[in-house]
Design a binder for this molecule. Sequence first.
Ligand code: 13P
Ligand code: 13P
Ligand code: MG
Ligand code: MG
Length: 373
Amino acid sequence: MKQETKKTEVKQEKITISVIKADIGGYVGHSSSHPEILEKARALLAKAQKEKLIVDFCVTSCGDDLELIMSHRKGCDAKQIHGLAWEVFEECTALAKKLKLYGAGQDLLSDSFSGNVKGMGPGVAEMEFVERKSEPFIVFMGDKCAPGAWNFPLFKIFADPFNTIGLIIDPSMHDGFKFEVHDIKSDKNFILATPEEMYDLLVLIGSAENYIIKAVYTKKGEIAAVSSTQKLYLIAGRYVGKDDPVLIVRSQAGLPAIGEILEPFAFPHLVTGWMRGSHYGPLMPTSQKQANPSRFDGPPRVIAYGFQLANGKLIGPRDMFDDPSFDYARYEANRIANYMRAHGPFEPHRLPLPEMEYTTLPEVLKKLQERIK
Ligand code: 13P
Ligand code: 13P
Ligand code: MG
Ligand code: MG
């Protein structure tokens, strides 16, 4: 009897998935990553795995962004894990400088590590949970896009019954989900539940430059998705830590099916972040091999790596957009890219003035001011 009580008290060990990413230098320009950089990052994480700091890892790139996918038992915001990522980025930056890659160290905004990479340039998405009997999940990684890029697909995946039939026919999903929304220009966070608060949710997240979905939970409070969205940090007079986001989504058995999670990307919705971070363009789903934004530094890309967790081991990746069923989305994205490009320097291809990363407006206005008679 006593033994039995003890058995039920045994806590299941939690696993943490951390995806930490940074642009530490582009090859060539901002289009892709150098193979030696990826090799270096893999060697460093292999060492950390051997030392049992992490359980498993996968290193990849989306365009010029270096992506570290790690499983470990240290929890979210663990100093050791963030420190490890920082060390990888620093060592890779040193190599990028040697190779004179473009914008070497672009996303490392500080010379010293302070305990957490948040606000220091890199993007972070982390979730901790008890591994289920089968634990499929997908890591989405973007290039040439801002963090608001996930608002549209996350809404479709977890709240739109025309995308996710499970919301209607799966009893374990029928209650809906909870969305954690951040007002990224202030410190305000909101939790909104769907379907009951769907319209309130949409009034916020439809403005993806201001309100961003940070996480999605089941109604019972289980983590379902988390993005690298974070409050913008004003460093050196400009907002940083916001570009080329990542997203983790868990799947199946009470959560959306893998196919329901991928489905929104069949529509290449418009995102900000193309050319000089100052243009709208369609988000094109591609294989990792094809994630090398080149035309006008774009169009924006998204890749999807699928994994099955097995006692913390990352079984995978499966390159989920490496599939002819996304050919039409790519064709559409190219067609939309042509249409948007034809606007040249005119809005709404170019972003509205306050959103642009680059501008000459103050200088031009000053020059013109001097001419006023
Ligand atoms: P399972 O019943 O195997 O979870 O499959 C449901 C499903 O994924 C259909 O797309
Ligand atoms: P990254 O943010 O990917 O470095 O792109 C910079 C850019 O604006 C390229 O045109
Ligand atoms: Mg770059
Ligand atoms: Mg990039």
